[in-house]
Design a protein around this ligand. Sequence first.
Ligand SMILES: Cc1cc2nc3c(=O)[nH]c(=O)nc-3n(C[C@H](O)[C@H](O)[C@H](O)COP(=O)(O)OP(=O)(O)OC[C@H]3O[C@@H](n4cnc5c(N)ncnc54)[C@H](O)[C@@H]3O)c2cc1C
Length: 206
Amino acid sequence: MMNKVELLGHYGSDITHAQSAWTSTSRDLTEDKLNRVDKLLNMLASEGHHTPFEKSSLHFLVTVDQATHIHLLKHRIGVSINGESARYKELKEDKTYIPDDWPREWEEKLLDLSQVTNMAYHECIEALAPVVGRKRAKESARFFKMFNSQITMDVTFNWRSFYHFQQLRNSEHAQIEVRELAQEMLDIVKNLEGNPFEKTIEAFKL
Ligand SMILES: Cc1cc2nc3c(=O)[nH]c(=O)nc-3n(C[C@H](O)[C@H](O)[C@H](O)COP(=O)(O)OP(=O)(O)OC[C@H]3O[C@@H](n4cnc5c(N)ncnc54)[C@H](O)[C@@H]3O)c2cc1C
């Protein structure tokens, strides 16, 4: 199946970012200040005053191949990740990513090999459990899993780390799979009801 992303929740808005910055003077919101939110956010974004953008959060659930899994894990700052564990449970569902831009013949070869190795993974757990114990059987049988095996990850960004992720991964230099994931995340955020991050998105030119 293709990689997937859904938004579990979000916190904050343009006003949250603006008020965080205005804490240095007064957080009180007046009509005049509300009319200046876009100018303020543009200034903060362009001048690198990015800490106010750490006050929001974007919480996603994704199901991704192992290359994308690693790409996500490389983002160390302001990104909180929890993943499905092949140590603590047997991955009963053989979630398998097949690229959709390959010639059909090669898609089928990858699918066939994935099915063989997934079967070996389950058989290996059953065979090894009486020998090394079920815990060790589960954590080591996963060496049969292929790089296109998908796992589910719970990923939270703040706006600042989300922007950084977008810059690096929603780019022509990034692998297609993570680029598509980043674009899908951005589309979700752009289409939130009430468009709470509209001016922030404009300020960062996303
Ligand atoms: C196109 C592309 C190709 C890549 N190829 C490879 C590759 O071949 N091999 C590979 O290993 N990785 C590769 N990466 C991953 C890359 O090196 C980063 O690990 C990844 O993009 C996360 O970026 P980051 O460190 O800026 O993010 P974060 O870890 O989220 O850090 C955010 C920011 O915090 C600051 N920061 C974080 N840690 C430190 C620190 N220790 N000291 C000072 N400042 C810090 C930096 O300003 C950094 O940009 C690639 C990434 C891209 C986008």
